[in-house]
Write a protein that binds this ligand. Structure first.
Ligand SMILES: *Cc1c(COP(=O)(O)O)cnc(C)c1O
Length: 352
């Protein structure tokens, strides 16, 4: 740190992203990226003309992309705001609605604490049940802005849309943010509730199911008055928040539904074989509706297993948070990657 940094910056604990190492090639199952490329339609949108057009600012309204998203979900353009990844969407929403305080699960996406801390917001952490599921009734009448990742980050466990609707009905005077980073691997999308609930904000990303993590595109879907609030924050922070190439990529990706459905279906199938393979090896596996699973073995600590796997060329994620320290989080990769992982795990456990 420099001697110029202010106290509040010195105290910040920033988000720690999963490793992106360059020292050797790994089977990379640590950051919930999609193992498949983005749709060819997305990639074909990056033409020479598109590159030349970079001399112009990007469209601050993201109109073309918003029209494609609106068509896909059968909603209006003014129900949508596009952001630089969904992390930016979360930051804008926390800025717009966080002053009344926030509440979210004790085990969830680590970025929530980071951004709440940066913005100086008060947070109430609500414990998951012993089986790591969310009890929706814990969020009734919260009088704070509610944030629920669904499926939940780190656990992969999902709430049904009807459970979410109950949370919305029991929080008429505050906003409920549903972070749907993994929703396409689950299938019950809360965007269907936006027309009926003016307190619902749904945060979405192109990073996971649409294979565009590096393009940084997210979007918010909500009632048009909420979108107007969030847009005000966006235009006070970064009016040209999404670059032209990323908009073109995202537009191509959402217009290619056939490719999207196929790659999601492949991941869901591979998830099932990963889960059954892990269970055969004696792992406890939480029931996942996402593109990752949280798994633990009585034979080794989560940290030790993470380290041994890394030495053997496989990267997974381990979290130090007390409640999930026994587990490793494994991203669902290709079938080949999954076979390789199960084979290496088998060897490691046999050596124990
Ligand atoms: C990956 C992830 C995000 C962030 O996605 P970006 O759009 O890449 O910023 C948000 N929320 C959760 C729960 C995630 O897992």
């Amino acid at each position: 740190m420099s001697r110029y940094a202010c106290d509040s910056i010195n105290k910040i604990a920033p988000y720690v992203p999963g490793e992106q190492p360059g020292d050797r090639s790994y089977i990379k199952l640590n950051t919930n990226e999609n193992p498949y490329y983005a749709s060819p339609r997305a990639i074909q949108n990056i033409t020479e003309d598109a590159l030349k057009n970079l001399k112009r600012y990007s469209d601050p309204e993201c109109s073309a992309l918003i029209s494609s998203i609106a068509k896909y979900y059968a909603i209006d353009n003014d129900n949508i705001l596009v952001t630089n990844g969904s992390d930016e969407a979360l930051a804008f929403c926390f800025r717009a609605y966080g002053e009344a305080g926030l509440c979210y699960a004790d085990v969830t996406y680590g970025f929530y604490d980071v951004i709440a801390n940066l913005l100086g917001l008060n947070v109430r952490h609500i414990a998951l049940r012993d089986d790591f599921s969310i009890d929706p009734s814990d969020y009734y009448g919260s009088e704070r802005t509610v944030v629920i990742a669904n499926p939940n980050a780190q656990t992969g466990i999902a709430l049904s849309v009807s459970d979410i609707e109950d949370v919305l009905l029991k929080n008429r005077d505050n906003v409920v943010i549903i972070d749907q980073a993994y929703v396409d691997f689950f299938g019950q999308n809360a965007i269907s509730l936006v027309g009926r609930h003016d307190n619902l904000i749904v945060v979405n990303t192109f990073s996971k199911s649409r294979s565009l993590a590096g393009a940084r595109v997210g979007f918010v879907v909500a009632n048009k008055d909420l979108i107007a609030d969030i847009k005000k924050v966006k235009n006070s922070f970064h009016p040209y928040n999404v670059n032209t190439l990323s908009m073109l990529l995202a537009k191509g990706a959402i217009e290619d539904d056939e490719y999207f459905k196929e790659s999601v279906a492949k991941i869901v199938r591979t998830r099932a074989s990963l889960v059954s393979g892990l269970k055969k090896l004696g792992f406890r596996v939480l029931p996942s509706s996402a593109n990752f699973v949280l798994a633990s073995t009585p034979l080794m600590s989560g940290e030790e297993l993470y380290k041994v796997l890394k030495m053997r060329g496989i990267l997974v994620r381990h979290f130090n948070d007390a409640r999930i320290a026994d587990f490793i989080r494994i991203t669902v990769g290709t079938d080949e990657e999954t076979k390789a992982l199960l084979c290496v795990l088998n060897q490691i456990l046999e050596e124990k």
